[in-house]
Design a protein around this ligand. Structure first.
Ligand code: NAD
Ligand code: UDP
Ligand code: UDP
Length: 331
């Protein structure tokens, strides 16, 4: 059985987040599971820039070494190829848990990281999702809404996996006094996003760049709210450092239909891009838009980058990855 070590000295977690006057803040030891992925790699950039020591744990299921390669050789950076479904022993102050294997293993990975947090007394942040609201009957969605998820639907493995991960997180908080934080992330886009995992923003951008038609599923009147990745990372860090457990919605309240999104992509990349309608997937949520009142009030956070400003930043990085031209530079 693992024992809980004493947490002394400067390197250990300082729950007030305040640095005594005149003393330089010593770097924290932070694990980012899924740190080689889209969101994780941007988070790692910010933590390293802040002076913390970062351990990325990733099995490269959807993540890529290229996303974190610029930190190789930095003594404050470590990369471990590991599947979080297997137990892991580390000594750290904070755990950002972003690794999300397909459920039900998502649940096992979360359990292991909570077990790790419990053993070493680290603060644990779960990246949950707006999908916990399912096809919502409340609009916009507040954190108090319990959601409308079909437990046996085609999408339910992901949704229910994250709902269970939230439950486990709260149980470890209540039962084992683990310090926890829960973020419910709404659709996020930006550089380093997976090009071919079928998400709407990456699909439209890649299609427009390749001169292929933009595939709109269903009638294209369903809505989503798209958040630029740097806004999300700022929210995650404020949540981790702050005093509130959450859950917090982290998303951009700017709501777009898929047809409106296609128009923005046309304006940004190619006004002549064609639109092609395809049948929609089953159980597709009709609308989604975060109420971010809680994050505004308690974290002092709100998104700063609109879709029209964020999209071009993603487009230039996609262009470089798809056509292999130019020097890879991440905003
Ligand atoms: P991503 O796929 O780019 O990142 C996930 C990372 O986890 C990848 O690097 C992958 O290789 C790694 N991973 C997967 N299974 C693993 C395992 N068993 N062990 C170790 N590593 C594993 O996805 P992302 O968009 O960066 O998402 C990060 C987190 O945010 C996820 O938990 C996701 O559910 C959540 N989220 C993202 C969005 C979004 O719009 N991007 C929205 C809601 C929630
Ligand atoms: N665990 C881990 N790293 C640790 C501590 C625990 O991966 O440093 C795993 C452990 O293997 C177990 C899970 O986390 O599968 C839950 O641990 P906990 O101690 O809460 O549960 P228990 O072992 O008591 O069932
Ligand atoms: N979608 C689309 N064309 C695509 C991919 C997705 O119209 O090429 C639609 C999809 O049906 C859904 C919305 O875009 O209504 C958002 O899909 P995504 O998978 O990006 O996010 P999620 O459904 O998880 O919010």
């Amino acid at each position: 059985k693992f024992s809980r070590p004493h947490r002394l000295g400067f390197g250990s977690f300082n729950p007030t987040g305040k640095i005594p006057l005149g003393l330089k803040r010593k770097g924290l030891r932070i694990v980012v599971t899924g740190g080689a992925g889209f969101v994780g790699s941007h988070l790692v950039d910010r933590l390293i820039a802040r002076g913390d020591s970062v351990i990325v744990v990733d099995n490269f299921f959807t993540g890529r070494k290229e996303n974190v390669m610029h930190h190789f050789g930095n003594p404050n950076f470590e990369l471990i190829r590991h599947d979080v479904v297997e137990p892991l022993l580390l000594e750290v102050d904070q755990i950002y848990h972003l690794a999300c294997p397909a459920s039900p293993t998502n649940v096992v990975g979360t359990l292991n990281m909570l077990g790790l947090a419990k053993r070493v007394g680290a603060r644990f942040l779960l990246t949950s999702t707006s999908e916990v609201y399912g096809d919502p009957l409340q609009h916009p969605q507040k954190e108090t809404y319990w959601g409308n998820v079909n437990p046996i639907g085609v999408r339910s493995c992901y949704d229910e996996g994250k709902r269970t991960a939230e439950t486990l997180t709260m149980d470890y908080h209540r039962g084992a006094e683990v310090e926890v934080r829960i973020a419910r992330i709404f659709n996020t886009y930006g550089p380093r996003m997976c090009i071919d995992d079928g998400r709407v923003v990456s699909n439209f951008v890649a299609q427009a760049l390749r001169k292929e038609p933009l595939t709109v599923y269903g009638d294209g009147k369903q809505t989503r709210s798209f958040q630029y990745v740097s806004d999300l990372v700022e929210g995650l860090m404020r949540l981790m450092e702050g005093e509130h457990i959450g859950p917090f919605n982290l998303g951009n309240p700017g709501e777009f239909t898929m047809l409106e999104l296609a128009e923005v992509v046309q304006e940004t990349i190619d006004p002549n891009a064609k639109i092609e309608f395809r049948p929609n997937t089953e159980d597709d949520p009709h609308k989604r838009k975060p109420d971010i009142g809680r994050a505004k009030e308690l974290l002092g956070w709100e998104p700063k980058v609109s879709l029209r400003h964020g999209l071009p930043l993603m487009v230039s990085e996609f262009r470089q990855r798809i056509f292999g031209i130019g020097i890879l530079k991440y905003p």
